[in-house]
Design a protein around this ligand. Structure first.
Ligand code: SF4
Ligand code: SF4
Length: 155
């Protein structure tokens, strides 16, 4: 929640101008190595909205009802993609170690690793680097882009 800075007698805002800026105000590095870790492993959720299910159906040229029935499941009041017993996402190809619906992948996948939950603190960001070798390495991502991505999903 943003707040209105208090004013000094001269009308100028008081305090440090950077105090409300996030810890990642100077940007972060990220470049996907294609390891596939974020699509596999421990059970989890890939949340999808109706428009995203529709996009997957269109990409695969299948009825949306089939995608909804076969590849999604209700969870915690939302809808998630299903996964295999080993935790792999239903759309992960273990041979190619890639996403079979990449152009139509959900927002949650497009915005990784810049989720609010990963950006809460520098420690949270560092903790995901264990599983995601691309986080913290490679291309520079500026603050504005990080914030734009983080605002797209509620994770
Ligand atoms: S875990 Fe990170 S580096 Fe590996 S595929 Fe996912 S985004 Fe790319
Ligand atoms: S939809 Fe694609 S990118 Fe997203 S978790 Fe599944 S395999 Fe990975």
């Amino acid at each position: 929640m943003s707040t209105t800075p208090s004013e000094q007698p001269d009308g100028k805002p008081s305090g440090d101008a950077t105090q409300d800026e996030p810890w990642y105000r100077d940007g972060l590095k990220f470049e996907c190595t294609g390891c596939g870790n974020c699509c596999t492993g421990s059970p989890g959720h890939v949340w999808v909205e109706e428009d995203e299910i529709k996009a997957i159906a269109e990409f695969l040229d299948k009825p949306i009802g089939e995608i909804r029935l076969m590849n999604t499941r209700p969870a915690r009041g939302r809808v998630s993609l299903t996964e295999y017993a080993n935790g792999d996402c239903v759309y992960f190809d273990p041979q190619k170690r890639g996403c079979t619906i990449y152009p139509a992948r959900p927002r949650q996948c497009r915005t990784w690793p810049f989720w609010k939950s990963n950006l809460t603190s520098e420690a949270d960001w560092k903790s995901i680097q264990r599983d995601c070798p691309g986080a913290g390495n490679g291309n520079f991502v500026p603050l504005e882009e990080i914030q734009m991505l983080a605002a797209q999903v509620d994770v």
